[in-house]
Design a protein around this ligand. Structure first.
Ligand code: PXG
Length: 465
């Protein structure tokens, strides 16, 4: 069988790509000049490009291929489901077995009384659902003025108008008239970048208390919900100090504010538990899920909703839904993904084997002259690059310049590691084995050394004054 992805030489694929394909979050003219890297195959934790390079995927695609690439079982289930029932909707009082079975499975895995699932096609769509659902919930309870959702700067919740507004990325807000009304942002708990002279504990508490201040300033009767990622992912794997989450939970309880945990990255084993909320010991009213739910093999997301919120929503008709809510093929693939994760104890592998092993090696990277803090929760980690560790100084160059250089050196050494500003980020497939972790670390070290040498050569090892 001819493989469409392999049918042309790389240069021709790149030319067609540049001519017709608009890439997300990409300076397209710049990419067109350079030519996109064409990924053709993948297996386990390894990608292969159209020139035959074998690349260790330290990002599990986009934080999603939790189970690793090349699982035949998922392909078989998708084909079987397409033959049996490729599509039917869940509107107008109909349902189908994959959606029923997946909703029940998610309810079983989810903590507490999060027993109800509203399906979407992605994390962005699911957060749009959440935005409307929490406002509608309070409206149904006779409090329509409770419509403000509090989020955090540098949070990522998606890039649709609603989810992009919930997120705290100023670059997204600047394009397309966002945020929409009644979204309020507070500061993030990033001690490394913003903690100044405070201890992490004091800083964590202070940042959590910004939520209380915002509620009091806006008025308790105006605030519907607080949304946050248990560990910020796209923002740079920012792990809040230990004092942060208990205080957030206390404040949400005290003022009757719904807590939405965006588990799109943290969910399905990434932090060493099924959900990041369990790792951070919080009790959300709603969880956003996507990505690892199907290990990225099919696009699917959803909102996992508490008995209380679902009960109130069920009292009327929620005028909301997507053509592909609970798509049968995506649902069947997700279900098979969860079955394999349970059968192979993937979450246990993260918690007991992969994360402890990686944690040791990851923290050793701080012996590198340019690596400040190294953070890791489960299998999501980041290192902060700095010209001066003791003062946690930023580079004199524009933020992200050094991170980008380092990412290029990673690529050149067959490792995918992302950069967020001058932080380097990893989130490998959860099935990664210790010897593959050794390879990841070895390549990361070479990339760091090469970046360091380049900075020295170009006289760029300077701190911002
Ligand atoms: N919430 C969180 C916490 C996410 O990380 C979304 C929602 C949106 O999901 P969809 O499926 O609509 O993309 C995300 C997605 C990056 C990157 O570069 C991260 C995401 C998406 C694209 C790029 O880190 N996260």
């Amino acid at each position: 069988m001819t493989q469409i992805s392999n049918h042309l030489p790389t240069s021709e694929l790149q030319a067609l790509d540049a001519a017709h394909h608009m890439h997300p979050f990409t300076a397209n003219a710049e990419l067109a000049a350079k030519g996109a890297r064409v990924i053709t195959r993948a297996s386990g934790v390894t990608l292969t490009d159209s020139d035959g390079h074998e690349i260790l995927d330290g990002m599990a695609g986009l934080w999603c291929v939790n189970i690793g690439y090349g699982r035949e079982e998922l392909a078989d289930v998708a084909a079987r489901q397409m033959r049996e029932l490729p599509y039917y909707n869940t509107f107008f009082q109909t349902t189908h077995v994959p959606a029923i079975a997946l909703a029940a499975k998610i309810a079983e895995l989810a903590p507490g009384d999060l027993n109800h699932v509203f399906f979407a096609g992605s994390g962005s769509e699911a957060n749009d659902t959440n935005l409307r659902m929490v406002r509608h919930y309070w409206s149904m309870k006779g409090k329509p003025e409770k419509s403000v959702i509090i989020s955090r700067w540098n949070a990522y919740h998606g890039s649709s108008v609603g989810s992009g507004s919930l997120g705290g990325m100023k670059g997204i807000h600047a394009q397309g008239g966002m945020p929409i009304p009644d979204i309020h942002h507070i500061d993030q708990p990033d001690w490394w970048a913003e903690g100044g002279d405070m201890t992490p504990e004091k800083f964590g508490l202070q940042r959590a208390q910004e939520l209380e201040k915002a509620i009091l300033a806006l008025g308790e009767d105006r605030v519907a919900a607080f949304i946050a990622e248990p560990v910020q992912g796209a923002g740079g794997v920012i792990v809040a100090p230990d004092t942060y989450w208990p205080e957030i939970q206390r404040i949400c309880d005290k003022y009757d504010i719904l807590l939405i945990a965006d588990e799109v990255i943290c969910g399905f084993g990434r932090t060493g538990n099924w959900f990041g909320s369990q790792t951070m010991n919080i009790r959300p009213d709603i969880m956003t899920i996507a990505k690892g739910l199907s290990s990225g093999y099919a696009p699917i997301g959803g909102s996992v909703v508490s008995d209380e919120v679902a009960g109130v929503i069920a009292e009327g008709e929620f005028a909301h839904g997507y053509t592909y809510s609970g798509h049968p093929v995506a649902a069947a693939v997700a279900l098979e993904n969860l079955r394999i994760m349970e059968e192979e104890n993937v979450v246990g592998h993260v918690r007991d084997t992969a994360a402890p092993y990686l944690a040791e090696k990851w923290s050793e990277l701080t012996d590198h002259p340019m690596v400040g803090e190294a953070r890791l929760v489960g299998l999501m980690g980041s290192i902060a690059l700095t010209p001066h560790k003791q003062s946690r100084a930023k580079f004199a160059s524009e933020a992200g310049t050094v991170g980008l250089m380092c990412r290029e050196r990673c690529f050149a050494n067959n490792l995918v590691m992302r950069h967020v500003g001058d932080r380097m980020v990893i989130a490998p497939p959860l099935v990664i084995r210790p010897e593959e972790i050794d390879t990841l670390i070895a390549r990361a070290r070479i990339a760091l050394d090469e970046t360091y040498a380049q900075l020295k050569d170009q006289d760029m090892l300077k701190a911002m004054s």
